[in-house]
Design a protein. Structure first.
Lengths: 102, 457
């Protein structure tokens, strides 16, 4: 893709990013930060591409390290956000013990 | 092998990017937030599936094994972490994401003849490394592996400036020459810059730094999208970079601080560096029975929970106390300061965990005018967020931070561990006012005793 198209996409994405969070109540700041944190774990796609092109074992090792780190970001990010948000739901049903699994 | 044509690949990446946007929109409202997060996860699965089906990949068994390792480490930790420790976990996940982006950029250097792409590589290396090292220091501070107080030493600004200058130099060299050892040097300089950036930040401000580093990682991921010519990485990274910036500013505004003040305040001596000295001035302390009488014969009680409550794991007891008071026909609300706990919104999560109905959680702007009508304001393990110094003492580190106006209530009861000042390390004049009663002890123990005494009334 040419530079101008990439620039166009970037600029539009900046505005979308500004727009989607400008009206969030502080109640949801923590889950929102955590959710956004999970989304940048999509760097996993980049790590997979790099690992998939690697022929040198050292390059492959570093790329696989990137895959591990990116997966931790992606999977851990979504799981911890879900745990936070789980607590916002269905609490009018009564005093159920909602302690997470230990 | 590639099963998908470039057009299909682009369409699927577009779909994944749209799912990410919908995820962030969903996270805007309590009702749709959980679904929003799942939509985001779906976008991630779609993106990863697409890369497997479209790119010509070698080493697939290795890659799958690495994904399994990453998931096997992260998922159980994320599922088991205590909600009070959640800020540092978010910091850790953010850091490894930044590290991954930097490694991807490092490995791509060999494949890029284009100087513009090398510019994006240099940017990703530097910002990703700053995010990784900065998050590591943040984690250490929140986990209290190191002091939560600002770490400043003479010459720190000079060293920081030197590191940044060297990083710019190394970055220019990487762009011009594309030489791998220089890129590694840039990575190391980025790590040093990340450490130096976060060291002078005081404990109370650390959450804002997490948000800032989150935005940094987003930018690094966006730049790596430029490096790889991958639109999904570009859009997702830019979204996080932009929304993270706004979120950081919103959090800082909630604390009445500027982002620059948080990062560089310690150099000017005007940061969260306070004293931890214990004051010897006389206060009126009381016992659980007296506090129970105050609460039990009130008409309106507003509970102000703080981090001390969370640390003592007392949120369930606080919820029970609220219920016991409501059984006596007393109107009970929880007043939530935007930065109560250690992250904005952290306290809402903790109280939600304890089954406190969402309607009883009142935000600061909503409840501040109502303290006048309250008989008792019960402050549990909070200090800085109710400190009038934020309004009256212009030299105070928290001056300008909006506070909960508990002083307007007829009686104020503090449940505190000791007279030690709060996270920001400043004295709270409210403790010495005549309408104030203190009950010393661990928040959970005190609440349990008060709860027992209320039930016995």
């Amino acid at each position: 893709m040419d530079g101008i198209s990439l620039l166009t996409i970037t600029v539009l994405a900046v505005f979308v990013g500004f727009e989607v969070v400008s009206k969030v109540s502080s109640t949801l700041h923590t889950p929102l930060m955590s959710g956004a944190n999970a989304i940048h774990g999509i760097i996993l796609v980049g790590a997979i591409i790099v690992a998939g092109q690697a022929s040198d074992p050292w390059v492959l090792a570093v790329a696989l390290l990137a895959v591990v780190l990116a997966t931790a970001n992606l999977v851990g990010g979504f799981v911890v956000t879900d745990r936070m948000l789980e607590m916002f739901r269905g609490r009018r049903t009564g005093p159920v013990d909602r302690e997470g699994p230990r | 092998m590639s099963l998908l044509s470039p057009a299909w690949t682009a369409l699927l990446y577009l779909a994944a990017a749209v799912l990410f946007i919908l995820a962030l929109m969903g996270l805007n409202s309590p009702r749709t937030a959980r679904r929003g997060n799942l939509v985001g996860a779906a976008g991630a699965v779609l993106g990863v599936a697409t890369v497997f089906l479209s790119a010509r990949l070698e080493n697939i068994p290795w890659i799958l094994a690495a994904i399994a390792v990453g998931a096997a480490v992260a998922a159980p930790v994320a599922r088991r972490v205590k909600m009070t420790q959640m800020p540092q976990l978010v910091a850790a996940f953010n850091g490894v994401g930044g590290g991954a982006a930097a490694l991807v950029a490092l490995l791509e250097l060999a494949h890029t003849p284009d100087a513009w792409v090398r510019l994006a590589i240099a940017f990703t290396l530097l910002v990703g490394a700053v995010s990784f090292a900065g998050s590591a220091v943040t984690f250490a501070k929140l986990q209290e592996l190191m002091t939560t107080r600002p770490v400043v030493f003479p010459g720190l600004p000079v060293i920081m400036a030197g590191v940044l200058l060297a990083a710019v130099g190394a970055g220019v060299a990487v762009v011009l020459a594309g030489w791998l050892p220089l890129a590694v040097l840039l990575l190391v300089l980025g790590l040093a810059a990340g450490v130096l950036l976060v060291l002078p930040v005081g404990g109370a401000d650390v959450p804002i730094v997490i948000s800032l580093l989150n935005a940094f990682t987003g930018l690094a991921v966006a730049a790596s999208g430029l490096v790889l010519g991958n639109v999904l990485l570009l859009v997702a990274g830019t979204l996080v970079g932009a929304s993270g910036t706004i979120l950081t500013r919103a959090m800082a505004a909630a604390m009445g601080r500027s982002v620059a003040g948080i990062l560089f305040g310690a150099f000017r001596g005007g940061s969260t560096a306070g004293s931890t000295a214990v004051s010897e001035r006389p206060v009126r302390s009381s016992n659980a029975e007296d506090v129970a009488v105050l609460l039990g014969y009130a008409q309106r009680v507003i509970i102000v929970p703080g981090y001390g409550l969370a640390v003592a794991q007392g949120q369930h007891t606080a919820a029970e106390l609220a219920k016991a008071l409501q059984m006596r026909g007393i109107q009970v609300d929880f007043a939530i300061h935007p930065v109560a706990g250690r992250m904005p919104g952290h306290m809402n999560v903790l109280l939600a965990e304890a089954n406190v109905p969402y309607e009883e959680l009142k935000e600061m702007t909503e409840i501040n005018s109502e303290f006048k009508t309250a008989d008792v304001a019960l402050v549990v393990g909070a200090n800085d967020v109710v400190n009038p110094a934020a309004k009256t003492t212009s030299g105070s580190p928290i001056y300008g931070m909006p506070i909960l106006e508990v002083a307007d209530a007829r009686q104020v009861v503090f449940l505190k561990r000791s007279m030690r000042p709060g996270f920001a390390g400043i004295e709270n004049e409210l403790l010495y006012e005549p309408q104030t009663t203190l009950l010393f002890g661990d928040a959970k123990d005190s609440l349990t005793k008060v709860l027992g005494a209320v039930k016995a009334l």
